[in-house]
Design a protein around this ligand. Structure first.
Ligand SMILES: [Zn+2]
Length: 69
């Protein structure tokens, strides 16, 4: 990890992201690889991708965004 992650305002499809819990608007960003075995078990293979997480800087609520590619 070269650069230190910082929380910042995030935009999804041109809309500013706001925490649904506390209305905060700064988030940490990270990517998560979905668990292949578990997702196959639930017949959700299309979810076997990278998901993007935005973690609220204030309350820690995690928002998930799946890229269907
Ligand atoms: Zn929040």
């Amino acid at each position: 990890m070269a650069n230190t992650p910082t929380s910042k305002q995030q935009t999804i499809k041109g809309k500013k992201l706001t925490c649904t819990v506390c209305s905060n608007d700064t988030f940490w960003e990270r990517e998560t690889l979905m668990n292949t075995a578990k997702m196959s078990f639930f017949n959700l293979d299309w979810l076997n991708k990278k998901a993007k997480n935005y973690i609220c800087d204030n309350c820690g609520h995690v928002l998930w965004f799946m890229n269907k590619r």
